[in-house]
Structure formats: C-alpha cells, structure tokens
Design a protein around this ligand. Structure first.
Ligand SMILES: [Mn+2]
Length: 322
C-alpha cells in the first residue's frame, strides 16, 4: 500500500491535505512534512487544519502556512487525510474534503473506518509521520531539513518523547535518520517542552489542584473548566499534555483529563500504560483512538460527567484484571 500511495503522490498535481481538529504534534508535523515534500516535487498544495497549531508547534517550518479555510473542492485531484480516524474529525471543511474524487487516508489509529479511496492505515506504527517517512522513501524523494524537522517532532510528541510503548526500533531508527538529515534534537525539545507562558503554568497549577485518585492510583484524573481558562487568559490548546501529569503516578494504569467545552460538552482524554486499552473504553461512548491514547465527548455538566466516567473507568479496570 505504501508504494501505491507513493505512486499517487508522484502522478498527481493538485493536492488538498487535511488533518484533525485540535491538532497535536503528529497532525501538524505530518501535514507540514507532506506539504513541504510535495511542494519540493513541484506540486500545488493546500494544507488545511480547522484550528491553529498550538503555540509549542509554531516553530515548525510550514506551520504558519496552514490554511484554516478552504476553497471549493473542484481544483483538487487528490485529498490526503492525515492522522484522522474519521472524516468528521476534519471539522468545518470535512464536506469539502469528502467531495475530492480521490481520498488517501494515512493513519495509525486502528478505530478508523476506511473512508479513503486508498487507506494506508498501520496501527502498529508510532505515528502518522513514521508512515509518511516510508512513503517518501518509496517515491523516492529527498526529505529536506525542514520536512525532517516536522517528521521528527511528530514522532517525538506521539511517542511522549520516546517514552510510550509505541517507541519501537523502527520509530527510533527513523528518528535517527531524521537527525542525520539535520534535525537538532535539543532545539526541537527546547521548542516543544520549554515553552510555558505564565498563563499556561498558572492553568497547570489550577488543574493539578483538581487531582483525583482512585483505585490506589491505578486511576487518576485532573480537569480544566472554562472558568480556569478565562481566569488565566489561556485557551484549550494550552492544556495539551496535561493528561501526562496524572499518568505520571507510579501505580497509574489509566489517566483521564476532563476539559469543559464552551458548548456544554466535556472532552474526555484518556491515557493508559501497558495493556489497558482505552480505545475500547472510548468507543463505548462513540469516541476512538488507540490502545494507549483515546478520547470522547459527553454532554455536561462537568461534575456529572466526571463521576460517571470515573465510576465506569474503575469498573473497566476491575474487569481487565479478572
Ligand atoms: Mn498520531
């Protein structure tokens, strides 16, 4: 399938690239890398993401050129949907993408329905960027330092700085090849991790105060309300990575981050360690993801969602142990 995708990228000229709402490092990095590589091949590219890249990703080459609105679908021969398990998760322009004649879906999320004309979906991969790297090799095309920086950042963030179970020999080998291509790991780490605004640090402090621990720490949660965002002058993008704090408890198996949305719903992000499959849990609520990272949304209010979800997650843990 990798070579089929490589061939399509080589043979077509006008590309629409899209990724999911509320983008993370893999979304922005994969989008940027593919846009830069295609442009380098002389193609016409529009790369779309409904939402702005979070501040810690704005150092990435191309991130400032991502489109947040789309022209009509007529001018595109191929749409490439990246890191996005369902077409709806593209957000406002999903209908434009849907109308492009050929859709290539590149992803490492297992839950995805195969909405593409061509589906390159490999759940055993650390990130969408890792799959893209192989596509670039198959074209074959030189990966510039700028594109390499996008790919490296995507792999770095989707593996939790090479700490999660998806840190495979292959993920590390590709990261190594990207460093050989000119990526500076210290520069990327500095940009991604040492980039707290005072407001974001204050938000983190408020959020850490909500720490709730169940089942001897096997389950832990924190949350953020709309009022906390207002109080600290921050936005939803500033909460990126907060879920890793409850996850950092020694005995933790499932960590949950509840985020109150401005439309009365609550976003529930889950992380797990080892064999707990939080995607299974998220799917019972219409959400999705992969084994160690998943999400779903429920209608609020927040306190009710929390007590319900925490009780169900405790049950889920119990069931998994029997
Ligand atoms: Mn990803």
């Amino acid at each position: 399938m990798t070579s089929t995708v490589a061939l399509e990228l080589r043979n077509n000229h006008r590309f629409l690239l899209a990724t999911h709402v509320n983008p993370d490092g893999d979304a922005i990095g994969s989008l940027g890398a593919l846009a830069l590589v295609l442009e380098g091949m002389g193609k016409e590219v529009v790369a779309y993401c409904q939402d702005q890249a979070p501040g810690f990703l704005r150092f990435l080459p191309y991130s400032d050129r991502i489109a947040h609105e789309l022209p009509s679908s007529d001018r595109f021969e191929v749409a490439v949907v990246l890191d996005c398990g369902e077409l709806d998760r593209i957000g406002a322009a999903a209908h434009v993408v849907q109308r492009v004649q050929k859709i290539i879906h590149i992803d490492h999320h297992s839950a995805g329905n195969d909405f593409g004309t061509i589906n390159l979906v490999e759940p055993e991969r650390s990130s969408t960027a890792e799959i893209l790297y192989d596509v670039f090799q198959a074209i074959p095309v030189e990966v510039s330092r700028e594109a390499a920086e996008n790919l490296y950042t995507a792999i770095l963030t989707d593996t939790g700085s090479f700490r999660f179970a998806n840190t495979t020999p292959r993920a590390l080998a590709i990261a190594g090849a990207l460093v050989a291509q000119g990526v500076e790991p210290d520069k990327v780490a500095g940009a991604v991790y040492d980039c707290m605004s005072p407001g974001r640090l204050r938000l983190l402090s408020l959020s850490l105060n909500t720490l709730t621990i169940r089942a001897e720490g096997r389950l832990a949660a924190i949350w953020v309300t709309q009022q906390m965002l207002a109080e600290t002058g921050t936005t939803a993008a500033d909460t990126d990575g907060f879920v890793n704090y409850p996850r950092s408890i020694t005995s933790n198996e499932i960590a949950i981050f509840f985020r109150e949305l401005d439309d009365g719903r609550v976003n529930v992000s889950l992380r797990s360690r080892g064999t707990q499959n939080v995607a299974d849990f998220a799917r019972t609520y219409g959400g999705g993801g992969h084994q160690n990272a998943a999400a779903f949304r429920l209608l609020g209010p927040l306190p009710e969602v929390m007590s319900h979800v925490l009780a169900k997650a405790e049950e889920f843990l119990g069931r998994r142990l029997d």
